[in-house]
Ligand binder design. Structure first.
Ligand SMILES: [Zn+2]
Length: 418
């Protein structure tokens, strides 16, 4: 029996762990409510004091910001430069999954904020080997992206003696309320392992496929405790100091800093991962098969908690965006990692967690989405009439796909292409 939060619709089976109170409201909703009543002015003052402390060190850079060309990159950089008045060194792990929008956004970020960016670009051969290993072992194409994104900034911090790393939102707090905002949790090896790496470290992948040890995989490893301690490196989350509000933040950087977005079939939220060619396609599909829900629900949960849409409207979204096998995206991914589509179909079939899908024929509708749909009496499942279209980014913020020079992935990964 799948239990859903009465307010936000998250299932009790959420992979990060969630609890329900006696009214069947989840821990994520409870902790989100802190955004409405905590003393955020004093939290911001606390952040200013931390910033001051690091500015006093007088280093060439006051802090490090991990950026991607999407997600939270623009807002964090804006906040650090113009509100905290720190001089950041931006750091990017180039996953090779970057879309045209991602490349353009990163170039824009460097220009509009006038920042230095330290970029790590692995070879295609290495990325393919790591991706295949994580795909076979844990049904994930994103392991190397998370591993690189969360450890490369630490390596740069150590190398450049910049002890402060500033991250955006803490997902465990934001999604499932694992911590209070007043716990001020910081990035740790343990959190990275549990949350970002799904419990699998580089060593696990190397044991699974020893051939990947031939690459220089150091940047995928968290630096050792001794080094981190010696250099006093810490990673703080902005979401513990200001009420984290992705939609407003993205709309702000779209208007002010030329941040561009994309249109996706699987969700209304085109502003969060426009930089990645595979996030809202095959990656989200694998998540859906493993956990019975996709990013669409994650996005709706936030909108409900901010009272921007009602639970009823969210149910209609779930009905409208019927889960669809992302055929085109999977084809593109197969070309990229050089694997036959049939082999990929086999992997995808095996990734499906049977406890979230009935043997009865509901197509690709998971038991969680089926249960959510049944909460509404709305008959016309194809109707968007109950959906507020202000949730789709406005036309002017889409990126015109005519700047091929920005792309290193497509075309260009295959030398036969232009
Ligand atoms: Zn909830």
């Amino acid at each position: 029996m799948i239990k859903l939060c009465k307010k936000c619709l998250y299932p009790i089976t959420h992979p990060l762990g969630i609890t329900f109170d006696e009214n069947q409201i989840c821990s994520g909703c409870q902790i989100h409510n802190e955004k409405f009543y905590l003393d955020w002015d004093s939290k911001l003052n606390k952040l200013h004091s931390i910033a001051k402390e690091y500015k006093k060190l007088g280093n060439k850079y006051d802090c490090i910001i991990p950026v991607t060309g999407g997600n939270e990159s623009f807002f964090i950089t804006y906040f650090v430069k113009y509100v905290l008045k720190l001089k950041p060194l931006c750091v990017t792990y180039n996953s090779l999954y970057s879309s045209d929008v991602g490349h353009k956004n990163l170039a824009t970020l460097r220009r509009v904020f006038n920042v230095d960016i330290n970029i790590y670009i692995p070879s295609r051969e290495q990325v393919i080997a790591l991706t295949k290993a994580s795909l076979y072992k844990i049904n994930s194409i994103y392991w190397h992206v998370h591993a690189g994104y969360t450890s490369f900034p630490l390596h740069v911090a150590i190398r450049n003696n910049v002890p402060l790393i500033i991250w955006g939102g803490n997902e465990s707090t934001e999604q499932v309320g694992m911590y209070s905002h007043s716990d001020y949790v910081e990035m740790s090896r343990r959190y990275r392992n549990n949350h970002h790496l799904m419990g699998f470290e580089l060593d696990d992948l190397e044991n699974f496929d020893p051939s990947i040890s031939k690459f220089n995989n150091q940047i995928y490893k968290y630096p050792n405790y001794k080094l981190i301690r010696q250099k006093n490196i810490r990673g703080i989350y902005l979401s513990n100091f200001i009420p984290w509000n992705q939609k407003d933040q993205h709309e702000f950087v779209m208007k002010k800093f030329q941040y561009k977005v994309s249109n996706f079939k699987s969700t209304f939220n085109g502003y969060e991962h426009p930089h990645c060619s595979f996030y809202n396609g095959i990656h989200d599909w694998l998540k859906y098969l493993k956990h019975g829900y996709g990013r669409l629900l994650d996005h709706l949960v936030r909108e409900i908690r901010w009272n921007r849409i009602t639970t009823e409207e969210a149910i209609n979204y779930i009905k409208f965006f019927k889960p669809n096998y992302p055929k085109k995206n999977i084809k593109l991914f197969c070309e990229f990692i050089d694997i036959k589509e049939n082999a990929m179909k086999f992997i995808i079939k095996n990734a499906k967690n049977k406890s979230f899908f009935s043997k009865k024929d509901y197509g690709d509708i998971s038991l969680i989405y089926k249960k959510i749909s049944e909460l509404s009496n709305e008959k016309d499942h194809n109707s968007l009439s109950k959906i507020n279209d202000s949730y789709f980014p406005k036309e002017e913020y889409y990126f015109e796909n005519n700047l091929k020079n920005y792309s290193t992935f497509k075309p260009g990964y295959n030398s036969n292409e232009n």
